[in-house]
Design a protein around this ligand. Structure first.
Ligand code: GDP
Ligand code: ZN
Length: 302
């Protein structure tokens, strides 16, 4: 016996069990109809009630797909239909420039808008940490930056307004305050996570499942505690420069059209680094990523 078909959104997933919310706000736990149906959190899906329970028949086309790197560097799909991913930094643990640049470049490669959240502005040494993180520079090249304290609530309102109506995810080093922020923005989040994980995890408790939390004013905030690293979608060294969003503007002035901005003469990107237009640390991140891509490419032909 088959029942009516409905549209729903995946709000948590683990293994083959998925929690979905229907358009009327009803929550159901579903299995998938087959091996070729592989939803992730945030997916719009078509479901059907069957005797054994509701099943996900089909995943609707995605607006975007966010993937993380597993511990072998392979891409694993985490969340679909995100509008923006916020790279979260804090006064402590100290921001790591390369990690920030890699996150931002990877997001550019996924075609997902990025922003930066700087948390723990209540701590005494936060001004120096914000400086070291290059927040003003990131803002000047177009990334929205939110400076705030999840603890005392300072600056939280600006972020709250920016999140409204969009689907967003916080990523960043462990300890920067992602779960504190989620709880400040979605007060019922921790209760929801407990409910969703007991519904989908068949008993065993893990903290790596991704979950989706509707925001009071519309939109949603996703939680994905297991994101440590991201992968560059395009593994061609030539493509890396385009992921540093300010580089293409300079690259038009390079002597060679296929300039990699490494040792070439007449390179406008390197000239901008020398004159202070591009911070040295950002250029170093670029060199490091190109090198990593080249090594990956060489391994491919071994
Ligand atoms: P996560 O690992 O990124 O999810 O970080 P948590 O939310 O677990 O926070 C890590 C630690 O930082 C906890 O001890 C929090 O209480 C603390 N913390 C979070 N936000 C702030 C903040 O705005 N200011 C200060 N001083 N501490 C914070
Ligand atoms: Zn160049």
């Amino acid at each position: 016996m088959s029942g009516a078909e409905r549209e729903a959104r995946v709000v948590a997933g683990h293994g083959r069990r998925f929690a979905v919310e229907t358009e009327e706000g009803k929550r159901l736990v579903c299995l998938t109809a087959g091996r070729d149906v592989s939803p992730v959190c945030g997916d719009r899906v078509r479901i059907e009630d069957e005797v054994v329970g509701p099943r996900i028949l089909e995943v609707r086309p995605r607006r975007s797909l966010f993937s993380k790197a597993d511990n072998r560097g392979k891409a694993v799909a985490v969340a679909a239909n995100l509008d923006r991913v916020l790279v979260t930094l804090a006064t402590r643990p100290k921001p790591e420039g390369f990690l920030t640049d890699k996150y931002l470049a990877s997001l550019a490669g996924m075609g997902i808008a990025a922003g930066v959240v700087f948390n723990k502005t209540d701590l005494a040494d936060s001004a120096a940490a914000m400086d070291a993180a290059g927040l003003d520079y990131l803002e000047s090249i177009g990334y929205p930056v939110f400076r705030l304290s999840a603890k005392i609530g300072d600056g939280l309102g600006d972020l709250q307004r920016a999140l409204q109506g969009h689907c967003s995810l916080l990523v960043g080093q462990s300890g920067v305050g992602k779960s504190s922020l989620l709880n400040a923005l979605v007060p019922e989040a921790s209760r929801r996570i407990d409910e969703l994980s007991s519904a989908t995890e068949e008993g065993r408790h893990t903290t790596t499942a991704t979950s989706l939390h509707p925001l009071p004013g519309g939109g949603a905030l996703l939680d994905s505690p297991g994101v440590r690293d991201l992968v560059l979608a395009n593994r061609e060294p030539q493509a890396v420069a385009a992921l540093f969003v300010e580089f293409p503007g300079y690259a038009q002035q390079c002597r060679f059209q296929d300039c990699l901005h490494l040792q070439e003469p007449g390179c406008a990107v390197k000239a901008a680094v020398e004159s202070g237009g591009i911070p040295e640390s950002r250029y170093k991140s670029y060199q490091r990523l190109v090198k990593a891509m080249k090594q990956a490419e060489d391994r491919k032909y071994d």
